[in-house]
Design a protein around this ligand. Structure first.
Ligand code: URA
Length: 242
């Protein structure tokens, strides 16, 4: 790929702005030799102002989403892209959330520009487990875990029952819940179906990958090992803090 397009696709600027960067000598090879418009150099060999470039397409990151941010590009309120470098919002292919978290939910949000990976995680038949800590308005009544595990719970306006989900009570009004689907407002609707109301929802893991010590509002790139963990069975016994 031509240098101008490579840099513009990473969101560093328009093609016009990238041409200006080249004229100004800001784009160099790894030895500091200025690159020209027609340089054909691989991604890893390019430096911008002496710095290595952002990851090539195929990047995956995790964000610890705080409350009051939406997983959208166009929302009148705050959007998760504001928590990333601004240029990440201009990448081509675009960086997209891997499944959504509601505005009032917090925790592990994956984002990628890799459509195949996104599909592998979110396709209904993938059954990648997602584990949440839930805070409820009313005390648990003790019957919820069996109802959620039954595979027979039908949410209002749905035509197929929910796949079995695993719940353990972690307090009078707290539960840890692992679901393998991603239906619209699924957890809020599950607890509404048993007469309760979700007051707080925090995603702590996707598959076997947890947040670790990533602080709210912070993000980090995933390694190949992290990505593999997404597809490990992550459930209530994963023992991983996050
Ligand atoms: N279920 C919900 O109801 N909300 C979320 O954000 C995630 C799962």
């Amino acid at each position: 790929m031509r240098l101008v397009r490579l840099i513009a696709n990473l969101g560093y600027g328009s093609q016009k702005e990238v041409r200006a960067m080249i004229r100004d000598g800001r784009l160099t090879d790894s030895d500091g030799v200025p690159l020209s418009m027609d340089s054909r150099v691989g991604h890893v060999g390019v430096r911008l102002d002496g710095e290595a470039l952002d990851p090539a397409p195929g990047m995956v990151l995790m964000l610890n989403k705080p409350v009051n941010y939406t997983c959208s590009t166009s929302d009148p309120g705050r959007v998760v892209y504001e928590l990333l470098p601004e240029r990440f919002g201009r990448r081509n292919p675009a960086l997209a959330p891997v499944g959504r978290l509601d505005r009032d939910s917090t925790g592990l949000l994956l984002m990628t520009d890799d459509g195949a990976l996104l599909h592998r995680v979110t396709a209904p038949r993938s059954h990648v487990p997602k584990t949440y800590d839930v805070t409820l308005a009313r005390p648990l009544d003790g019957g919820e875990a069996a109802i959620f595990a039954s595979g027979a719970l039908m949410l209002r306006s749905e035509t197929t029952p929910l796949a079995p989900a695993t719940m353990v009570a972690t307090g009078e009004r707290q539960a840890r819940l692992t679901i393998v689907e991603g239906r619209y407002h699924q957890i809020k609707r599950m607890f509404a179906a048993v007469g309760n109301h979700v007051e707080g929802l925090h995603r702590r893991a996707v598959g076997g990958l947890g947040l670790g010590d990533l602080a709210p509002g912070r993000w980090r790139l995933l390694t190949a090992g992290d990505i593999a963990r997404i597809f490990e069975r992550g459930d209530l016994s994963d023992g991983q803090e996050g």
